[in-house]
Design a protein around this ligand. Sequence first.
Ligand code: GLU
Length: 413
Amino acid sequence: MQRIPSIKETHDAFLRSACESLGYDQQTYEVLLIAAREVRVELPLRRDDGSLVVYNGYRVQHHNARGPYKGGLRYHPDVNMTDVRGLACLMSLKTALVDIPLGGAKGGIDCDPGSLSERELETLTRKFVQRMHRLIGPNLDIPAPDVGTNAQVMAWIQDEYSKIYGYSPAVVTGKPVETGGSPGREEATGRDVSIVIKEYAHHCGEKLKGKTAAIQGFGNVGAHAAQFLFEMGMRVVAVNDVRGGIHDSEGLPIDKVLEHFKKAGTVAGFPGADSIDNGGLLALRCDYLVPAALGGVIHRRNAGHVQAKVVAEAADAPVTEPANQILCQRGVSVLPGILVGAGGVTVSYFEWVQNLQHFRWTLEEIEQRLHDKLVEACRAVFELAKDDKCSYRLSAYQIATRRLKESFFAAGI
Ligand code: GLU
């Protein structure tokens, strides 16, 4: 059986086809692909039971010609240098596509946050900052939440960094509003999913009311996406998380599912809905399939089962390159993650600007600015795809790659 390509392989293949279609040579592709700096640190942790574990912490700073390095910190047992490299480059493309003055980076720790106590998580996070503080900073590299991290983790980073450098809210984004975070940041990626889907429907001349969506993953992104799609009048027919999935072809009452999730810690067992496994959810007949969890979930072996008309990538690299080809051949539109997943970093940018100015914007201002940025990016992607008769993935990658290349070469080699 063939193994599923890594996030890095998926990302490299998409960047390569963008470079080829832009007529860039191999050297240019490599210059754009390879990160400026990669760091691994050792993180020993004394567990609450007295035992000792050693984790690895990573940070890859891909490119900063357009602005400081920027990207999330992921806590997950599968975190490794190779994938962090791919994810860092993906961040450079996201920031370039929505045209914000930031570069790209990514990092993480290969721990399972669910198995650590609050004290253990805090100690590990602070240790990461002790090892990394010279390499991050408001004008250098600005971490943010990602899979397995949240506002609390960012608050610990901010506090540990501020002990050394003085009050520095702009060193991280996605922190709690109480410590300088921005309203609208937490739900930003989920909101992005709904804005892009709405813009896509508008582009196709379709109405969204009553259209169906299935959402894989009910973390910060998936849960917010479900909520916003539901509020737009779409029928969210299935959602799932690691513990199980639920299905109702009439549409799930997402407001009630959210209440159930808060109490039970899972969507599974929601009264009145059928249960559905992950493979079943990905193969559901629906208008929009939204993979909002981890990378590589739609691959060569299951891409033929997807019956959705549109796949909106809310996670990083959920569709592998061979799967992407299969979906394209079968006429499934894929809205790429560098567009659908760029809302988080866009509001991070607004948060960072507010911190640098020591000034607060209202939630309405942030939502309006996010909307404007994303609609502009969507229109550019849809237009280029139409003009060049290419996929949305290729048009998005072309726009971002060209911007990246121009800034990179303008800055000087
Ligand atoms: N982790 C999110 C992403 O990968 C947000 C990054 C950020 O806000 O810097 O897009």
